[in-house]
Design a protein around this ligand. Sequence first.
Ligand SMILES: O=C(O)CCC(=O)C(=O)O
Ligand SMILES: [Fe+2]
Length: 370
Amino acid sequence: MSTKYADRPIPKISLHDFDSRIDTITSEICTAAENVGFFSVINHGIPPAEIRAMFGTAQSFFALPDNIKATVPWNSQNVGWEKNSQIRPSTGAADMKESYQLQFGENMLTGGKQSRPAGKDGENKQTTESSDQSLWMNDHQLPGFRDDCLRFMHRVQDVSNQLMVCLARGLGFADDYFLKTHDPTDPTCQNVMRLLHYYATPDEPETDSNSSTTTRKLHHRAGAHADWGLVTLLFQQQDQPGLEICPGREAVTEFALGDTWTRVNVYSHTDNDVDNADDTKHESAIICNIGDMLMSWSDDRFQSTFHRVKAPCEEDDYRGDRYSIAFFNQPCKDAVIQGPRKKYPAITGREFIANAMKNNFTAKAKVAAQ
Ligand SMILES: O=C(O)CCC(=O)C(=O)O
Ligand SMILES: [Fe+2]
């Protein structure tokens, strides 16, 4: 059966002259967050050349042999490299991808094996950037990797901060409300940059001899899901499409996945992009979406929308390698999350992420038990 599609508008919001246009931008972002949960931002200040360079850096990481990548293994602090291991509750099957998750804070330094006491003084020096347990790929494997990633992460954090000021205003919080709870200088910061590589999938038509219908073996890319953080910023490239959304959830507690999808034809750079001092002349866009935590933190006013990277199953679907970069704003461990109307019980950032990880493992356990 072929996929049902609908053309739904995904608002495009320009961030130019942010300070003088903040009221307009706030209103555009909040309207998009209320109605679609997805929007794109242009004139965000990150030059296309830097985005292209980050994709190049990601590709050099993924080109390393698996045994080298396995020296920085994923752990439940939500950092590190994994391959074909994320099982989505919506599909019950592993995504055919590898990803490497990077954070600003202490989680990168401990390999998930020990926890440093909270505090900003950095007194406990047992684990450092060069420690054996660091989840940063060793500099001799990829010279400059850590610095290049951190520089880009700060760039994306700056754009995130503008969105967070607008989202806080929209909810009637102080401007710096979300900035304080997602502060990259806090050692317990859990914001994540996720480098993603979906493997090229073979086209393997299977003809059912009884009905003579042809089906295709499904290789899931990113199975349908909602993000669990505050707000996600995503970079996808024009020649590697695949992101699709399926709006329609009324409450964060609901798993209401419809059957009509909308392609997100928004790209972070094209070969035609020119770096221009006048940033308003190019259309390099970042896709932004609201996560479950903000849906809950806004008492369900802002929508966390289901999305996926389509498992190629139809004639024209893109089957080649796909690289994308996601940046998830997730609360510092001690942040307290509760909406202005207190619709849901207060929960800390630590508990919030632990629950998200538990859901991940529960999905795995169910599949393993089958
Ligand atoms: O790779 C993509 O385009 C989407 C990734 C995504 O939705 C996720 O990692 O949460
Ligand atoms: Fe996602």
